[in-house]
Design a protein around this ligand. Structure first.
Ligand code: SAH
Length: 248
């Protein structure tokens, strides 16, 4: 079987509990920065992936509804089957793109997006998604950040090629203010958030991978390099979680 690199990427990533750094503990911590006026909120989770955080949101707000959107249907299938096992009935999965959200304006009390706003760009996501929030609604996003000055050249080169927009949390907080949200708080994800549900299960899949060919080798080499850089340099970067409020 011959795959394109994107297909290979998805084959390698399918079935993982998360598709980026994070944990229920961090989702919970971010939720503590959100103050909603209702116990029946309408929530949108953008780039939900397999939906570990979607399920936590649905559990936290049993009287609310969580719409979980992703472009990749197999992730939505994974989320639906986990939600069914748990007996959660307030999740609606929706195949679609964050670039063209199929919702009415001012539909949501809360928009959530872990490890996915980078696909549009931080400021672009904040700017484009704001119209879908009700006045006074909240937006919570997580995004990679430098957490120390002067990253080693090897590390800077890797991330500036992979994600040229990588910056500090301070810069992103300035963007939050520039986009006219009120910052409610932020925090840095601990290193275990990269490993427990993401890099460790990904390493198991890499070890079991049976595909071959140059594309496969290139992909596995890139993934291994990313993981080994984090092992070596996690003092310099992590993900940051930002919570903000749309002005009334
Ligand atoms: N929030 C999840 C997944 C993060 S990975 C978690 O933390 O585990 C980024 C996700 O964005 C992937 O699931 C990917 O399929 C999805 N994605 C990629 N392009 C997208 C787009 N244009 N619109 C919506 N989702 C997209």
């Amino acid at each position: 079987m011959i795959y394109m690199i994107d297909e290979l990427f998805f084959k390698l990533h399918e079935g993982l509990p998360r598709q980026g750094p994070g944990s229920d503990k961090s989702t919970q911590k971010a939720l503590e920065l959100v103050t909603l006026q209702t116990e029946h909120p309408s929530i949108l989770d953008i780039g939900c992936g397999p939906g570990m955080q979607t399920r936590l949101l649905a559990r936290r707000f049993p009287g609310g509804t969580v719409t979980a959107l992703d472009t990749y249907a197999p992730f939505l299938d994974q989320l639906n089957s986990e939600a069914e096992k748990e007996g959660l009935e307030n999740i609606i999965t929706r195949e679609g793109s964050m670039f063209d959200l199929p919702f009415d304006t001012e539909s949501f009390d809360l928009i959530w997006s872990e490890g996915a706003v980078y696909i549009m760009g931080f400021s672009e996501g904040l700017s484009e998604w704001k119209k879908f929030l009700k006045p006074g609604g909240f937006l919570a996003v997580s995004e990679i950040a430098w957490i120390q000055d002067n990253p080693p050249p090897e590390l800077r080169k890797f991330w500036e090629e992979k994600y040229p927009a990588i910056t500090t949390a301070e810069d992103n907080i300035s963007r939050i203010i520039r986009e006219k949200y009120v910052p409610a708080g932020y925090f840095i994800l601990p290193p275990e958030d990269w490993f427990t549900h993401y890099y460790t299960p990904l390493e198991t899949k890499i070890a079991q991978w049976t595909g071959d060919g140059p594309m496969s080798e290139q992909l596995l080499a890139m993934e291994k390099e990313e993981i080994s850089l984090f092992r070596k340099f996690s003092d310099w970067y992590s993900y940051a979680f930002y919570v903000m409020k749309k002005m009334d």
